[in-house]
Write a protein that binds this ligand. Structure first.
Ligand code: ASP
Length: 474
């Protein structure tokens, strides 16, 4: 017999069927055994009647979360037993045969309830079990729906998805790089990308014109509850665009996702309000304001754009408050100033006054994305690096590829990246991004299931020409 998905049983009343899935619940009532069976499409109540002695025997040995193949007859439930508003609430399966495909041992925690109160370390150590729970299934499936929606939307808008390398070279995104030692080039290292920034800009030089990627980004920052060493961006870049074009397309995509996939949500204001960095700092004391009119409403989404950020700022002067500090970039060294301030960059004057074309999109007090239009000419980009204090040789060594590309016919371009995990966290009303990532690290950056990070063998170290210093805390 062919397998029927549990979600399709509604149309099979009176038929004999075969289902496959998990024992969600077993209620042994002596003469009869009741079950809830579960597969990825839903649950169904099953009952083994007293006249099926052999099946009852098997039913009694089958523990919760065992994987089973069940043959049975789909019966309409008597009127008084109908559970309204529940999928399959009006039918049940009269079980005629049970085959245990894999019996489950007692589990470290129950998965047929919400696991949010289970110790997180235990959940993460057994993440495959945790993901069986209904809320986590909803989260990973909603994530897939959002990503699928994004892919379709962007393809309809003439974008293509291009993969960029994971083993690459350090990019100046402002955080610390994860580095990977090279065996073939002893003493040399790859860096894991903090974002695909340089590659996506080079793809504009390649004539791709409209690029996106669901991209993994790695940043070796100090741990903080809601940070993950690796996270996912929706990364995109477009040629021949102004800031307004990128903002309009992204706003349309966000609205489309919310209205089609999360119809219960209400967007506070469309078009999204725009707030300058200065106004945001003055009025809210930060650059990711929570502008919700009603903070009690879990379905209210208050988006806004923050614009007109300063391009440069002085580096940390805390060691010596008298010192001026060097100039550094606030967001992205590849950004372009706003058009009116382009001359100031080229003449290197009033640096503190120069505003960048950067736009951040903020939702309910969280920055969920940011981007800018870029300096696409050699002269302008070189100017930024000069201001940042890079020596000519260093510029050539570190960014020669970008500068050369910009001399070979690179169109004006701009882009953005969304923090996809954060956006999903807010859409799904979850308290942190770990709840929307299938296999996250703990808040301290560990994976208790795989036991990562972990030591490597001396043989591996030898091959990599690495000698470890004595580590004090061992
Ligand atoms: N690469 C930038 C980031 O990761 C986003 C962008 O400017 O496109 O923040």
């Amino acid at each position: 017999m062919q397998r029927t998905y549990i979600g399709d049983l509604g149309s099979k009343a009176t038929e004999s069927v075969l289902i496959k899935g998990w024992v969600d619940v077993r209620r042994d009532q002596g003469k009869m055994v009741f079950f809830d069976f579960r597969d990825m499409t839903g649950t169904i109540q099953g009952v083994v009647l007293p006249n099926r002695a052999e099946v009852i025997e098997v039913a009694k040995t089958c523990r919760p979360e065992s994987v089973v193949a069940i043959e049975g007859i789909v019966n309409k439930r008597p009127e008084r037993n109908v559970v309204v508003d529940k999928v399959n609430g009006d039918i049940e399966l009269e079980v005629t045969n049970i085959t245990i495909l894999n019996n489950a041992e007692p589990l470290p925690f129950e998965v047929n309830v919400d696991t949010k109160d289970v110790n997180e370390e235990v959940r993460l150590a057994h993440r495959y079990l945790d993901l069986r729970s209904q809320r986590m299934q909803r989260n990973i499936r909603s994530r897939d729906a959002v990503v699928n929606h994004i892919r379709n939307f962007l393809h309809d808008e003439k974008f293509i998805e291009v993969e960029t390398p994971i083993l690459t070279k350090s990019t100046p995104e402002g955080a610390r790089d994860y580095v990977v030692p090279s065996r073939l080039y002893p003493g040399s290292f790859y860096a894991l990308p903090q974002s695909p920034q340089q590659y996506k800009q080079l793809l504009m030089s390649s004539g791709v014109e409209r690029y996106f990627q669901i991209a993994k980004c790695m940043r070796d920052e100090d741990t903080r509850g809601d940070r993950q060493p690796e996270f996912t961006q929706l990364d995109m870049e477009m040629s021949f665009v102004e800031k307004e074009d990128v903002m309009a397309l992204n706003e349309a995509l966000i609205i489309d996702i919310v209205t089609k996939l999360f119809p219960e949500k209400k967007i506070q204001q469309i078009p999204f309000p725009r707030i300058s960095y200065k106004e945001s700092m003055e009025k809210y004391g930060n650059d990711r304001p929570d502008i919700r009119e009603d903070k009690e409403d879990p379905n209210l989404l208050a988006f806004c754009w923050i614009v007109d950020f300063p391009f440069f700022e002085r580096t940390d002067k805390s060691d010596n408050p008298q010192a001026e500090g060097e100039w550094t970039f606030t967001h992205n060294p590849f950004s372009r100033p706003i058009d009116e301030h382009m001359d100031m960059l080229m003449e290197k004057k009033d640096l503190a006054e120069i505003l960048t074309s950067q736009y951040d999109v903020v939702l309910n007090g969280y920055e969920i994305g940011g981007g800018s239009t870029r300096n696409h000419t050699y002269e302008a980009l070189a100017k930024v690096f000069e201001i940042l204090g890079h020596k000519t040789e260093e510029i050539e060594k570190n960014f020669g590829h970008m500068l050369h590309a910009f001399k070979t016919g690179t169109p004006p371009h701009g882009g953005i990246a969304w923090g996809l995990d954060r956006f999903l966290m807010l859409l799904l009303n979850e308290p942190n991004i770990r709840e929307v990532i299938a296999f996250p690290k703990t808040g301290e950056g560990r994976d208790p299931m795989m036991n990562a990070p972990s030591e490597v063998s001396n043989k591996q170290l030898d091959e990599l020409h690495i000698v470890l210093k004595k580590i004090d805390n061992k």
